[in-house]
Design a protein around this ligand. Structure first.
Ligand SMILES: *[C@@H]1O[C@H](CO)[C@@H](O)[C@H](O)[C@H]1NC(C)=O
Length: 386
């Protein structure tokens, strides 16, 4: 009750100010550049040693708009990013297109889902969108305080974006905290200015979870974009899915994770075949342990590496094949097979790009291994081919 009263007063004070000084505010609007609205801030928060403010650019990316609830320092860093420095960069990278190879449809027993408009191949881009809202992760503010600021963030977006945001799924269904409810049900984590933020881009949020997803996503903070690519071939009208949970969690832990974090009971095929999928995970784990044994008495073989890849595919884990391809590349190199090494180093490079984007940490290593197998420390480490 106390906090609600406080908000009413704050809001009232702000409205009065806006009316009284409207002319001045209009004259000085560019002072907030690249923000289109005057930032609205919390008080200093000791726990994060800063204020948090709402920053909106309502014309961002051809009128899509973006609102960011973060510290003044991080807001300054965001303003330095390429999409703000060079507004043409998003369109020239095909980001925020009006249309894509997908459509949204109501699915029986599942709510909304995203389906393929036509056949897609592994590696094809499905979506690339900037978030409507980026919110600093914190547990300092009370629910009602946070709602007050996030509400401003959403209200300052252009009408179409605001409506799109508010049409997303919620978990609790309480209208007084709807903006946070949408965050809870739809957010992805994006690291901006060294700090985790929650990002909501509705096009991607519509994609449902599967433990054997046919698509993989990554967030690229440098261009503020959430990318999704096909992880295996997808047929026209097939549902496009991504995994909300780490792939190697055993059945029971995965169910609990999805229930705790997203409030749903997973019913995808790997969840329905809980026991069998746990056995497959154990086999994957045993193979990976063997393949990463670089000691003198290692029993790792290229056959194990091939079996590992097979297991990933059988389990529908194509989105995570970078790990299996990486083991295969190194295992072939360790027995001095240039052909096998090049083949799998190339596939590993493609797979890390699918999962982490062009700035993937291991990308350079796989590219280099493909170029020059003999130059890598794993070359003939185990035994040379006869
Ligand atoms: C909003 O951002 C765009 C870049 O996308 C920039 O061109 C524009 O000037 C910004 N708006 C304001 C009010 O600064």
């Amino acid at each position: 009750m106390w906090s609600e009263m406080k908000f009413t007063l704050n809001t009232f004070a702000f409205i009065t100010l806006t009316c009284a000084y409207q002319d001045i505010l209009q004259l000085t609007a560019t002072d907030y550049a690249p923000w289109s609205h005057q930032p609205v801030c919390t008080e200093h928060l000791d726990a994060i040693n800063s204020r948090l403010c709402v920053y909106t650019n309502a014309t961002f990316s051809n009128g899509r708009g973006i609102s960011i609830f973060t510290t003044p320092q991080i807001a300054d860093e965001v303003a330095q990013l390429l999409p703000f420095q060079d507004p043409a960069v998003l369109a020239s990278h095909g980001i925020n297109p009006d249309d894509g190879p997908w459509y949204v449809q109501q699915l029986p027993g599942k709510g909304m889902g995203v389906l393929a408009k036509h056949d897609l191949h592994r590696g094809d881009r499905i979506t690339a969108y900037t978030p409507y809202l980026l919110a600093h992760m914190e547990n300092v503010l009370s629910t009602m305080e946070r709602e007050h600021f996030l509400r401003i963030a959403i209200d300052q977006l252009p009408a179409a974006s605001r409506e799109h945001y508010l049409s997303l799924a919620t978990i609790y269904g309480d209208p007084s905290v709807v903006v946070q409810d949408v965050v809870k049900a739809n957010a992805f984590e994006m690291q901006v200015g060294g700090q985790m933020h929650l990002a909501i881009s509705p096009e991607t949020s519509r994609m449902n979870h599967a433990c054997s997803p046919n698509a993989q996503y990554y967030l690229a903070p440098d261009i503020l974009t959430h990318f999704v690519h096909a992880a295996r071939d997808i047929s026209k009208d097939e549902e496009i899915t991504i995994s909300y949970s780490p792939p190697y969690k055993p059945h029971r832990a995965r169910q609990q994770y999805l229930l705790d974090a997203f409030h749903f009971t997973c019913s995808c095929s790997r969840c329905r075949n809980g026991e069998a999928s746990d056995m497959a995970l154990e086999e994957i784990d045993a193979l990976q342990s063997s393949l990463r044994d670089w000691s003198a008495d290692s029993t790792a073989t290229v056959k194990q590496a091939e079996t590992l890849i097979q297991k990933y595919k059988e389990e529908g884990l194509e989105a995570f094949l970078d790990v299996a391809y990486g083991y295969a590349a190194l295992t072939y190199n360790a027995v001095g097979s240039v052909r096998g090494t090049k083949k799998y180093a190339k596939l590993a490079a493609e797979a890390v790009t699918l999962k982490y984007g062009p700035s993937a940490p291991d990308l350079q290593m796989w590219t280099e291994l493909e170029r020059n197998p003999q130059g890598h420390s794993s070359w003939r480490w185990r035994k040379p081919v006869k």
